[in-house]
Design a protein. Structure first.
Length: 400
């Protein structure tokens, strides 16, 4: 990968894994080119925001960063991951300045519309590798419309720590005023109500294998994936969404549509946000009508839109840790918790769980015919609160 064009096309050229379970095989990952960079962002003081009931604002900001970055990348495919209160991306050198500008634009939107401070940083892959870590990447097919990135090697986790550590944060932070904000947040939508679990619970799960040896760690992840299937059944049986239970927010609800208006009209003042709110209300009414009667337009078969949405969901992912949103019964969660607790006691893994009764969805819609992606999280702060429990358990192990 000597020339920049081959480096830029690295991710698009990776083979596509058709089985998510293949992420538990280190041989399916390849190292990111040395001239690439990791761009990361996360909401500062997100704990207070979630505790104040503003988890939807936090989720919206994290998803908005993905929207801005994908718009900046255009036709160039880049690996990324959405993590609830933030997002992380890998970008080739020619995209770096546009990436910084897009994240700064998201930062300004977060501050102006939601009163949230978004930390933005970039770290060269060369810096990560020099510290003894690597970023290994794989592509996993979720649906015909969505290919998801998976990360191993410890490099993404190191970049996250590097960005947050007071000793190193100043070395990588994109400081306010250093880059002019530019880019587009077009595509971000927040038009669906929280989705009730058809089994009673929506569980947000985070697991990290503790083995230093890569092959031992991947064996642990295979066991975790196998145990989830054993307890919860097939991917369809434990999927947190059910198409018949998907409902658009009430068109008159300014509160529920306000997140979208805050993003899409962030720099247009109060009147501009009101105009966007009116537009969103109209599209909610139109969308309800098209799906209710299963109409077909020139580009979209609306009778199948909910099924396509269901398939284009980000319900499980791998970024040096395994994350999944599950729908299930209390007895299933208790069985999984007990099994994970055994692994934790043996120091094979560390984990976090959050339980609620519904899922929250934030959408990126670039066209309604298929190019749309839907981030799923447990309501009330799902992955964020699972991560909090995860960190508490990890701290206890470190203290031993």
């Amino acid at each position: 990968m000597d020339d920049s064009s081959s480096s830029a096309s690295f991710y698009a050229g990776l083979p596509v894994l058709t089985d998510f379970g293949a992420i538990a095989d280190a041989a399916n990952f390849l190292p990111l080119p040395l001239d690439w960079h990791v761009a990361t962002c996360d909401v500062r003081n997100s704990t207070q925001a979630v505790q104040a009931g503003n988890y939807k604002h936090v989720n919206t900001v994290g998803a908005s960063a993905v929207t801005a970055m994908l718009n900046a990348a255009g036709t160039l495919e880049i690996p990324f991951i959405f993590e609830g209160d933030g997002s992380a991306f890998c970008v080739p050198p020619e995209l770096l300045e546009d990436a910084k500008a897009a994240l700064v634009k998201t930062q300004e939107m977060a501050r102006g519309s939601f009163g949230l401070e978004l930390r933005v940083a970039t770290v060269p892959v060369a810096t990560i590798r020099a510290a003894g870590h690597d970023i290994l990447v794989a592509r996993v097919r979720v649906s015909e419309n969505y290919i998801q990135a998976a990360f191993a090697g410890g490099g993404m986790a190191y970049a996250d720590r590097y960005m947050k550590d007071p000793a190193t944060a100043p070395l990588c932070e994109v400081k306010r005023g250093s880059v002019a904000a530019r880019g587009s947040l077009e595509g971000l939508e927040c038009r669906w109500q929280d989705i009730p679990s058809r089994h009673g619970e929506t569980v947000s799960l985070i697991v990290r294998a503790l083995a230093a040896d890569t092959w031992e760690a991947t064996a642990t992840y295979r066991r975790v994936i196998g145990k989830v299937h054993e307890i919860y059944g097939s991917d369809e049986a434990c999927h947190p969404l059910t198409p018949p239970l998907l409902s658009l927010v009430p068109a008159f609800s300014a509160r529920q549509l306000g997140n979208e208006a805050g993003v899409r009209a962030a720099d247009q003042g109060p009147f501009g946000k009101w105009l966007w709110l009116m537009r969103a209300r109209w599209f909610v009414i139109l969308g309800w009508f098209l799906m209710k009667f299963g109409l077909k337009t020139e580009q979209t078969d609306w009778s199948r839109y909910k099924d396509t949405l269901y398939r284009n969901t980000d319900v499980r992912k791998f970024n040096d840790v395994y994350r999944q949103i599950l729908a299930g019964k209390p007895a299933q969660r208790e069985a999984l918790d007990a099994w994970l607790a055994e692994g934790y006691a043996k120091k094979e893994l560390v984990y976090g769980l959050h339980v609620t009764d519904r899922a929250h969805m934030t959408c990126l819609v670039f066209n309604y015919s298929g190019k749309h992606l839907h981030f799923i999280d447990g309501a009330d702060g799902g992955l964020f609160l699972a991560a909090k429990q995860f960190k508490e358990r990890a701290a206890k192990l470190s203290a031993v």
